[in-house]
Design a protein around this ligand. Structure first.
Ligand SMILES: Nc1nc2c(ncn2[C@@H]2O[C@H](COP(=O)(O)OP(=O)(O)O)[C@@H](O)[C@H]2O)c(=O)[nH]1
Ligand SMILES: [Mg+2]
Length: 373
């Protein structure tokens, strides 16, 4: 089978080229994102490369026929057990590869009317696996539908499909069932600012008596920052340097409704603070843990951070700096991958207004926002 390379500015466009050139029977051997070299490594251009070919009738069995696969087994009739294992593994790999090729080539066969939606999800950087899942779902509906569906109807269907993927995950902010709100995450993501926003809501809307504890004693500025917000809300702050301080702070705040615990980013590596907290408070019973991530970070780095916190019972994430990006696919990819819910997302530096409690619906609307297909 002769292979050809197709390059275009989107995956959908590259697939289209393949389809126009080779027709519906084209087989996709590989697809990837490529970056062209820019000046001094800058201004790199992103494009999509698809390698595809078409099987000619008389060549049908040349590539991956059962005979080709079996041949080594027949020739090597005196193979040792180890060799047999290797061959079995190779066969299994080959099977996986063929299944994946079949699956990828299926995307070529998505009808044209799905191209815009698939492209939108790609632009949002939803990962390939989820896009295939959504695309396959829509494809089934389109195939079985008697009438043509409008773009709006298709978009609604795509939203419903995403809702069903997310349905097990918890959404929404502080429950007010637990006394301690523990906010974790690396430095600079916006933990303290977000705490101030959450605390302001607790005081102004829920009329809670609140207090703050900070273990982020590394930089004076960080303490001052929290004190400033606490003063505005006329709430007490305890600065905790040791386990003793911790115990004292917890006792001192016994009469309050809600305690926000601000942490130092570097603690996520030490994990000592987390252990202390676990020993002092019944974490399961009394603490709601939130992990804060910034949408401006790379998805891979965010994944590493989530993995560092897997041992800790974090049920929901908070994503900050939505105002600094147009893509939220990474948020959805990570939530699905790590089965974490979403509490809030924040969209600016202003306290207390730049925060929104998350719901499944507003997150999905956000994904298709500004979209008038
Ligand atoms: N653009 C934007 N900046 C934010 C947001 N949340 C926090 N920041 C800024 O990010 C910086 C670090 O915030 P800070 O709360 O000190 O982060 P921490 O180190 O995690 O406690 C500050 O300049 C904040 O104003 C947000 O939603 N959008
Ligand atoms: Mg801070």
């Amino acid at each position: 089978m002769k292979m050809k390379k197709y390059i275009a500015s989107s995956m959908a466009a590259a697939m289209k080229k393949v389809q126009v050139d080779l027709g519906d029977d084209a087989i996709i051997a590989s697809s990837k994102v490529v970056y062209s070299k820019g000046f001094l490594g800058m201004f790199k251009k992103k494009s999509y490369e698809v390698v595809a070919g078409i099987e000619r009738k008389n060549q049908k069995e040349t590539m991956i026929s059962p005979r080709t696969i079996q041949q080594p087994i027949i020739i090597e009739s005196e193979t040792t057990e180890k060799q047999t294992e290797t061959i079995k593994k190779e066969l299994a790999d080959l099977k996986t590869m063929m299944e994946s090729m079949k699956r990828r080539s299926a995307s070529v066969q998505y009808p044209d009317e799905l191209a815009d939606i698939i492209e939108k999800l790609e632009q949002q950087e939803i990962n390939h696996e989820l896009i295939t899942q959504i695309g396959d779902g829509l494809f089934t509906v389109v195939k079985n539908s008697k009438n043509d569906l409008s773009q709006n109807e298709l978009q609604e269907l795509a939203k419903k499909h995403i809702l069903s993927i997310l349905r097990e995950l918890p959404f929404g902010g502080i429950s007010y069932d637990k006394k301690y709100i523990n906010v974790l995450g690396p430095t600079g993501v916006g933990k303290t600012t977000t705490i101030a926003k959450m605390a302001a809501r607790a005081v102004l809307q829920e009329k809670k008596k609140i207090g703050f504890i900070t273990t982020d004693t590394y930089r004076i500025a960080a303490i001052e920052q929290l004190k400033t917000y606490a003063n505005l809300l006329q709430a007490p702050v305890e600065i905790v340097y040791s386990r003793d301080d911790y115990e004292k702070a917890l006792r001192k705040f016994e009469h309050l409704d809600l305690i926000f615990i601000d942490t130092a980013g570097r603690n996520y590596k030490e994990a000592k603070y987390i252990k202390d907290l676990q020993q002092l408070i019944d974490v399961e019973k009394n603490v709601e843990n939130y992990l804060v991530l910034s949408l401006t970070a790379k998805e891979r780095d965010m994944a590493t951070i989530i993995e560092q916190f897997l041992a800790f019972p974090v049920k929901k994430l908070i994503f900050t700096k939505l105002d600094e990006t147009n893509t939220i696919g990474s948020m959805i990819n990570l939530m699905v991958k790590y089965k974490k819910g979403l509490a809030y997302y924040t969209n600016g530096q202003e306290v207390p207004e730049d925060i929104e409690e998350a719901s499944m619906k507003n997150m999905i609307d956000l994904l298709f926002q500004g979209d008038n297909i």
